[in-house]
Design a binder for this molecule. Structure first.
Ligand code: ADP
Ligand code: MG
Length: 408
């Protein structure tokens, strides 16, 4: 789960990690009010979306007067902000964060993550802050240093010394500051079950103070039930509505941009189904794992979520009946089709427990189903059906345009 920068900074403050002073704003009036409340002459107006690279995309502006705060807030609030992390369609800005502008002497990079190689929570630090860390990693990998924290030992002064070395802190005062900074951050990371904390940039101000100027925090979704305070920070506007709906039914669902809707059980089978679709020249419209213990209701919900996507030109159901029985799947499909109708071709491949019963149910339903016998067969048929539906649709569009133009 992700949270916004302003929420991340609230959490930082709770743990004693120094941040700039600022408040969120949900309207232009509120932004102006907040700016007046902050005792300063320069403000930063920051778009709050769950994506980085906002500065380059025009979502972070430095204002030198209350008038400018108003002007920038009007421009940013409601805009469709495009960054390298949002995709070309961008993300709508519904919240702002107004912060006192800091006087920056140097921008650095600091993050904490769970490192699989060492199986430890690990700091990544670099003197190259404020820019894309992926770019630093590609062009100057030697500029990124790592410090892993043994969970039994916890954070200690020798970790601080390693961090200070990576960040090139010769100054005693900065060395002291990075100790409490690192310790607080590590404590927060562990206590709140974070999966990533990224501060880019971490800055040294002109007063020689270490401040977190940005805050990106991800939490381990498996542990989120332990943290009601974090769960309250969830912003549904930032999440894909189809994925939110799917999570209510315990389905693992991710929207993709292809045209074959896939309903599969088991993550491995879901991945190979996506591969076989791709191999046949089409693309999956989603990843969906209905899980081992799915019920008729779950299957119905999954089917509805798939059919709601306008990009879906064909549906491929590929189920291996192990714990999950094929007849339950068949009943779920029929219930869903009765409810929402079937506007695109449906390819079904069932295998395993109660497969004959499942096929019987589908055959007896009177629904137009394309039966497939193997994974290969299913992939070919689904891709072919999707392409045929797409061609038919574009022919129709051409005809409609011609009619509209009076050519036919
Ligand atoms: P993003 O990473 O999404 O682009 P950041 O929060 O890192 O957003 O802001 C982009 C840049 O804006 C920073 O690298 C920094 O130079 C500047 N900036 C952000 N907040 C402040 C602030 N409070 N004072 C001064 N400059 C800031
Ligand atoms: Mg940043």
């Amino acid at each position: 789960m992700n949270i916004h920068e302003y929420q991340g900074k609230e959490l930082f403050r709770r743990y004693g990690v120094p941040t700039g002073e600022g408040y969120p704003a949900f309207s232009v009036d509120e932004a102006v009010e907040v700016a007046k409340k902050l005792d300063c002459g320069k403000w930063v107006v920051k778009a709050q979306i769950h994506a980085g690279g906002r500065g380059k995309g025009g979502g972070v502006k430095l204002a030198s007067s209350i008038d400018e705060v108003k002007q920038y807030s009007e421009a940013i609030l409601g805009m469709q902000l495009v960054t390298h992390q949002t995709g070309s369609e961008g993300k709508k800005v519904n919240r702002l964060y107004i912060e006192k502008a800091g006087s920056i002497a140097k921008e650095l990079y600091l993050s904490l993550l769970v490192d699989r190689a060492t199986s430890m929570v690990t700091f990544l630090a670099s003197t190259e802050g404020g820019m894309d860390i992926e770019e630093v990693s590609a062009k100057m990998p030697e500029k990124i240093g790592q410090v892993s924290i043994d969970p039994v030992l916890g954070f200690h002064p020798f970790h601080t010394r390693q961090l200070a070395k990576i960040l090139n802190f010769k100054d005693k005062d900065l060395q002291k500051q990075i100790h409490s900074f690192g310790k607080s951050l590590y404590t927060m990371f562990v206590e709140k079950d974070c999966s990533l904390v990224e501060i880019n940039p971490l800055v040294i101000t002109e007063d020689n103070e270490l401040v977190a100027l940005d805050a990106k925090i991800n939490f381990d979704s498996n542990a989120i039930t332990r943290h009601k305070d974090i769960l309250e920070m969830r912003d549904m506007d930032e999440e894909d509505p189809a994925e939110v709906e799917a999570s209510k039914f315990g389905l693992s669902y991710i929207t993709l941009d292809g045209e074959v809707g896939c309903m599969v059980n088991g993550a491995g089978l879901a991945m190979s189904t996506m591969d076989i679709v791709k191999l046949n020249g089409a693309s999956p419209a989603n990843f969906l794992d209905v899980g081992g213990g799915a019920t008729k209701e779950n299957v119905t919900a999954a089917f509805k979520i798939i059919t709601r996507d306008p990009n879906v030109k064909a549906i491929l159901v590929n189920i291996f009946g192990g714990i999950m029985k094929c007849d339950v799947i068949a009943e779920g499909i029929i219930a869903a089709v009765k409810d929402v109708g079937l506007k695109v071709p449906l390819v079904v491949r069932l295998e395993g427990t109660n497969v004959e019963k499942g096929k019987e149910i589908l055959n007896g339903s009177g629904m137009k189903i394309i039966a497939a016998e193997s994974l290969k067969d299913a992939g070919e048929k689904a891709a072919k059906a999707a392409k045929a539906a797409q061609t038919a649709q574009s022919t129709q569009t051409v005809k409609a345009t011609s009619v509209a133009k009076g050519e036919v």
